[in-house]
Design a protein around this ligand. Sequence first.
Ligand SMILES: C[S@@+](CC[C@H](N)C(=O)[O-])C[C@H]1O[C@@H](n2cnc3c(N)ncnc32)[C@H](O)[C@@H]1O
Length: 242
Amino acid sequence: MEKLWVIGIGAGDPDQVTVQAIKAMNQVDVFVVIGKGAEKQELVDLRTAILAEHVERPYRVVEVADPPRERRPDDYGSTVDDWHDRRAEVLGRVFDDITGTAGILVWGDPSLYDSTLRIVERVREKAQFDYEVVPGITSIQALAARHRIVLNRIGEPVRITTGRRLHDETVTNAVVMLDGDCAFTEVPGDDVDIWWGAYLGMPDEVLVSGSLRDVEGDIQQVRSELRDRKGWIMDTYLLRRR
Ligand SMILES: C[S@@+](CC[C@H](N)C(=O)[O-])C[C@H]1O[C@@H](n2cnc3c(N)ncnc32)[C@H](O)[C@@H]1O
């Protein structure tokens, strides 16, 4: 492999693919897509549609099955570490077989809760190749734009965290991602507002906002109905204490 492009493609809206991403995609001979199982086929399809729309030269797509991973391990850190090793092994083998330029399309931006760059660095411990990163629109930016909000009040910090860690955090402004358990219901107090979005930028997008205590039940219900209907859900939200 001559070179690898790691390209952020935005969080679901095909119009949020940047010009820089399109230019990078048009230098790639082989796109490596890491599949995550049938339930997220819609996301794989979206990547395929982005390529079909923007790439004007011949290319190949190689789909790689993601090695299985324990979802709720006792030792989260070492389980994920081991999973990254297995992913790096699989990717290393795929890269070995590529002549020319490879590309990996990353959901949103590669800098935010995504392991691609860490795994690429692991592959590079055993193989030499150059790589470049192209930023993408994150789900956080998509959330803020759709709700027409600024993430912080003037001069305040914003914390980006996960559902799993939310209980440890003091909420002033907290953006929460990767929350499978509606962790917002555990946040105490009647003085918190929420701006929630699911499938941002996609045809099934749903937005809910308001006082957390007033709307948390609605969000739980909508979230569970949507997840049952589609088989998967991606949602992000901002919490802010008044
Ligand atoms: C593994 S992280 C990837 C984040 C991605 N790199 C980014 O820049 O947005 C997946 C989480 O991102 C959030 N997410 C990604 N796309 C989303 C979308 N279209 N709508 C709502 N949340 C989304 C959800 O919190 C989801 O659990």
